[in-house]
Design a protein around this ligand. Structure first.
Ligand code: ZN
Ligand code: ZN
Length: 325
């Protein structure tokens, strides 16, 4: 990076209040990539919710929204590390809204093709994971039968191992990587719903999952290196005129409330993903600038608005990388 560019990036980081290093050398083996930062709305630039966490040689995926497998293919191409989609150690689910699970059959089935995945597909989630996977196995039984007979794909690669949990606590613990699930509040009818805290080498990342303002998120994310939080915004006139949008809004966290979470949790870096922009037929959606302005009413610390394929290296500082064009 040139000196002028480095000082510009430094200034930008200061303006944004972000812990952005101008370092370019990768010195951390704890990395987070936002694969999808969107919602149920099918958008080209914001795929369904999904976050990849790489810790040491482990690759953990959190939610598999629409397009997660495509995004994994994209980062495999830039890294030249082979197909990451076949090397996911475990997929964790936050809840059972379809925008978080639509990508499961794609990842599970496509990751098996070409004799790629030889290990069982491992799914970890709150109660509901077993029934979802059982039913997906039933739905795709004929495809699996055909490929076993015809392509001689390894049966162990399409097998599934599903672990369900009912309580908050450690749900994964392997070679120094620990994942802790905690209950969040996505609304009365939307249960179970959890967030996750991932710990590795004394550092931690929290993914809020879908939630309203929730004290449990603050409890589990206080002092973390990276807090990835959902956010939902609507113009006031939309909320006063649409009962449906008011109900959706009530299941999520608005920018002011998210700012309060960040102010109390004080993460090294707060990041928005799962950005919901509510809209009506005659009322346009709010903007990213509106999200930042709302957040700044209650929080003046480091903040990034996530985009698909933005990544974070967690070391002494959190290094933010913008997606490659
Ligand atoms: Zn969602
Ligand atoms: Zn949801």
């Amino acid at each position: 990076m040139s000196k002028a560019l480095a000082s510009f990036v430094g200034l930008l980081a200061l303006l944004l209040g972000a812990t952005v290093s101008t370092q370019t050398k990768a010195d951390s083996d704890f990395k987070v990539t936002l694969l999808g930062t969107g919602t149920p709305v099918p958008l080209l630039d914001r795929f369904g919710p999904s976050t990849l966490v790489e810790a040491g040689n482990q690759k953990l995926l959190f939610d598999a929204g629409r397009g997660a497998t495509i995004r994994l293919r994209q980062i495999s191409a830039t890294k030249g590390t082979g197909m990451i989609m076949t090397k996911i150690d475990a997929l964790f689910l936050t809840h059972y809204h379809s925008d978080h699970t639509l990508g499961i059959p794609d990842l599970w089935l496509t990751g098996w093709l070409g004799m790629s995945r030889k290990e069982p597909f491992r799914l970890i989630g709150p109660v509901g994971a077993k029934s979802m996977m059982d039913n997906l196995e039933r739905a795709y039984a004929l495809d699996i039968k055909i490929r076993l007979e015809d392509e001689k794909l390894p049966p162990e690669g399409i097998a599934t191992v599903v672990e369900e949990f009912e309580k908050d606590g450690i749900v994964y613990d392997k070679d120094g990587v620990k994942v802790i699930a905690f209950t969040v509040d996505h609304g009365e009818a939307i249960k179970p719903a959890v967030g996750y805290r991932i710990e590795y080498k004394g550092r931690a990342v929290v993914i809020s999952g879908d939630t309203r303002y929730n004290k449990n998120v603050i409890k589990y994310s206080t002092g973390v290196d990276l807090l990835i939080h959902e956010v939902c915004i609507a113009r006031p006139e939309l909320l006063s005129s649409s009962d449906y949008n008011r109900r959706v809004m009530a299941h999520h966290t608005n920018p002011r409330e998210a700012g309060q979470v960040f102010s109390l949790a004080k993460p090294k870096l707060a990041v928005y993903s799962h950005l919901t922009f509510l809209r009506g037929s005659a009322i346009p959606p709010a903007t990213v600038d509106d999200i930042v302005a709302g957040t700044r009413e209650t929080y003046d610390g480091p903040l990034q608005v996530g985009v698909d394929l933005m990544s974070f290296e967690i070391g002494d500082t959190v290094i933010v990388s913008q997606p490659k064009p």
